[in-house]
Ligand binder design. Sequence first.
Ligand code: HEC
Ligand code: HEC
Length: 631
Amino acid sequence: MTPGRIYWPLFLLIPLFLLSWKNEQEGRIADYDNLSDYIESELDSTIMHLKDLSEKSAMDKNSDSYHKARRNYKHIEWFVESVSPKDAKYFINGPLITKYSEYAQGFMVEPHGFQVLEEQLFSDSSDVDYFIQERDLLITKLEHLKNTYSQITLDDNLFLEMCQLELFRISALNLNGYDATIEKTNISETVWCFEGLEYVLNYYFRTRSSASSLESYRSSQLCIRKSKLYLQAHPDYDSFDRLTFITEFIQPLNKDLHELHQELHLTGTSAKIPFDLNNPKMFSEGSYDPQYFSMYYSDTSGIALQAELGKILFYDPILSENNRRACSSCHKPDRAFTDGLKRAITFDEAGITDRNTPSLIDVVFSKAFFHDGRAFQLEQQASEVLRNHLEMNSSLEDIVNKLRASEEYKALFRRSFKRERDAMISSYAVLKAIVEYEKTLISFQSRFDAYLGGNKKALNKDEISGYNLFAGKALCGSCHFFPVFNGTVPPFYFESEFEVLGTPLNDKNTSPDTDRGRWDVTHLPIHDRSFKTPTVRNIELTAPYMHNGIYKNLEDVMNFYQKGGGAGLGLGIENQTLPFDSLQISKKEERQIISFLKSLTDTSGLQVQPFPLPNVDTHPEWNNRIWGGEY
Ligand code: HEC
Ligand code: HEC
């Protein structure tokens, strides 16, 4: 701190002075004039510590330098993972399994980075050559990043928002065992993330102070300090109370950072991101922007009217070939848009389809659709269902013609769409309207959400423990990501993940299912039997469970996870991505997880009253069609 630059009253300086004195004790980081120097210096230190990791470290299991490198990396995680998310995920701090990158036109990525080093250092055996090779790869990657960052001008306006994103990452990934999976040092590592945020804050304090922002500085600094103390006092991964930490530290800090952002008149990012960083209520419905997930995200005119029209279409069996089946035949609102059946009934009513009808609640927060992810956009998904001979057995062309026969529908389209072709009813307009309706099927009004919104009485002790188990010891949250609880990876929601659980053929748990899931789409061995991770929001209402609907209740699902999935059950699943050892949680803990899952029930959008369907004068026989479909 340069004394000459400080104009603040002395009482404000005291805590800061104590803070910097404490930093001095811990190996003080210099007060750089700009954050690029800080980032460069942290990258340098990370690299330096990695270089200290030798063959001998691997053999002696000496993790000293590893931890030092982790600390320096975690200091700038807020930056690296925001600016270079792909490098971070695939080469620096990604998961410990071979991945197929969905959003980078699909390439296979073997595990690399810190997690491989961690595995080598903390497991019984180690392959020293592999360890050194991976260490060198990580160093090369970090040097490459350093080089890249030195060639770009870092914009001061964005850093506080990156810190807000880091708070999101901490809540949804770090605390849920997304990294540090072996050592489970996530809680103490989070202290390092906060040290990084503290540095950013102090940097602004030194360089961009204004009288109006003093209160926010003070409040954020205090919150960071209290967060660190809380983390230090509760370092145990399994018993860490994530919900308390999120509500008492993460959310208030997010609010403070946002206020500071405004008071300093920072412009913020112009990039499209999935949520509104200006919304002080982090993790609430309003903090997300469903538009971000839409194929036609720039076409926003008239979307409210389009959603109203889409709602009519969704419940109108006119969309099917026989005028007897609507989307809502299988996606029933009172069952959170599922049908209660093991697998859906075919169009001819003579058989059953291959898969269980998934919920449409929060379906918008996804980057791939169907259990096997064969559609990348909701529009594409809807067009496939309409054509599918087992489902609606129609075509967009037929549907457009049928709708054009109705004066009422013509008026509805005219009022909802500006472009002449769409106002006259086009395939685009039909799909767009249905998708706009689907985008309104969002659930953030459960008791769990009320708790996040500040109502501490909304959850009981078992439900709170249940969440902490779900996010921690039971590993659920490392696939079902807080707070949407599906497999689309926060905070950028670039891709939805597919996982191999080894789901059996039936609830006897004796043989594996024959459905090869995503393999049917990609023909990649790692995708054999992999399925999209669904949300567990409203799970109480959507039994039976899994892509094949084999489990009738949540107890059966929990039992499957307890046993370590298909591989744990001995079904010979070679490529399982779910850990296959038994979960080691007690019956009581199992019940607590189920209590938490039930706290996600949100019936607010599930009571849809039947309404009259538009008339078709030229085809009076069609007017007998039944709202919601017959079967
Ligand atoms: C016959 C019952 C049935 C009908 C009718 C039906 N669906 Fe589905 N829906 C399903 C099933 C089963 C799946 C999963 C299929 C798969 O994964 O292969 C599905 C999947 C979906 C998904 C993907 C969900 C996800 O999480 O990936 C969406 C979105 C969807 N349907 C919307 C619609 C819309 C819109 C309509 C009407 C145009 C419709 N469905 C009509 C049964 C039905
Ligand atoms: C490795 C990633 C992974 C982990 C860990 C995981 N899940 Fe899942 N979960 C999935 C996938 C993928 C599916 C869909 C499987 C299928 O359809 O066969 C799923 C399905 C479910 C379902 C049924 C959803 C439905 O709509 O049918 C529930 C409930 C569930 N998980 C809860 C949990 C709980 C509780 C835990 C922790 C004990 C957990 N999951 C751990 C990936 C995971």
